[in-house]
Ligand binder design. Structure first.
Ligand code: PRP
Length: 245
């Protein structure tokens, strides 16, 4: 009888991995049997957050190395953790749906999405402000101008702000370079983040008012907060001490 040829391996398991590199889809074993999953935003916040975790006793240096190698799921088995590197605006979705137990997100993102999450700690990093701004040579007269247009990435925050002021206006959703909108007649005002203020200055825009002070927050999913309370409490307490120190 003819023997069957061995079946070719398919899928992820068949791909070659360098020696010592774990299968990123398989979670590492952890201290209490659960791998605490953190959703961290790529970019400046991550650069500032990793040293904070290190000072809190969680060396996520592997995340740094893996990032350089373009890996987006990083196991840190020595702490029973796994790190997901995601877009800043996606962090709340991972955490709310339980794909991550906790994450770091800017207050701007959290306010805009208004999801069902705990926010136990302000990490004090990624500080900036969300402001209303307008061209310095074309100030809006809210009493006279009938059809006002606001451009922003943050349409929900803008909508709530206008509602609280009793202002009726059209909101135009943009995805970046918001400062251009009033210069080319797309909007009368913008709602955007300001850090140094340089982008506003470059485009001859002035602040009308600040509507939100922004910084990065630790956010925790409802289920994770119940199921892994001890580990999350410990993590939050250690990070809180770092923030305070
Ligand atoms: C942010 C923000 C402002 C700028 C503010 O833009 O939307 O445009 O930074 O910083 P500044 O006050 O220090 O000048 P970002 O770089 O994220 O780009 P984008 O919003 O245009 O995508």
């Amino acid at each position: 009888m003819a023997t069957k040829p061995p079946r070719a391996k398919r899928g992820f398991a068949a791909r070659e991995r360098a020696p010592g590199v774990r299968d990123p889809l398989r979670a590492p074993k952890s201290i209490d049997g659960h791998t605490l999953t953190l959703a961290l935003p790529r970019g400046r916040i991550l650069d500032e957050a990793l040293p904070m975790f290190k000072r809190a006793g969680f060396d996520l240096g592997a995340a740094e190395k893996a990032r350089a190698g373009r890996r987006l799921i990083i196991d840190v088995p020595e702490h029973g953790m796994r790190v997901l590197i995601v877009r800043d605006t996606d962090v709340p979705a991972y955490v709310e749906h339980g794909a991550a137990d906790l994450g770091i997100a800017g207050k701007d993102v959290l306010e805009e999405q208004d999801r069902d999450l705990y926010e136990p700690l302000d990490l004090g990093i990624g500080r900036c402000r969300m402001v209303v701004a307008e061209p310095e040579d074309r100030p809006v007269d809210e009493g006279k101008q009938m059809h006002l247009r606001y451009a922003s990435k943050f349409v929900e925050i803008t909508r709530r702000h206008l509602q609280s002021r009793g202002t009726v206006a059209e909101i135009i959703k943009l995805y970046g370079s918001i400062e251009i909108a009033p210069l080319v007649g797309l909007a009368d005002r913008i709602v955007d983040l300001v850090s140094s203020g340089e982008t506003l200055r470059q485009h001859k825009l002035v602040e009308v008012e600040t509507i939100l002070d922004v910084s990065a927050r630790l956010c925790v999913g409802r289920a994770a907060a119940k199921l892994h309370a001890a580990r999350i409490d410990e993590l939050v307490a250690r990070l809180r001490a770092v923030v305070a120190g």
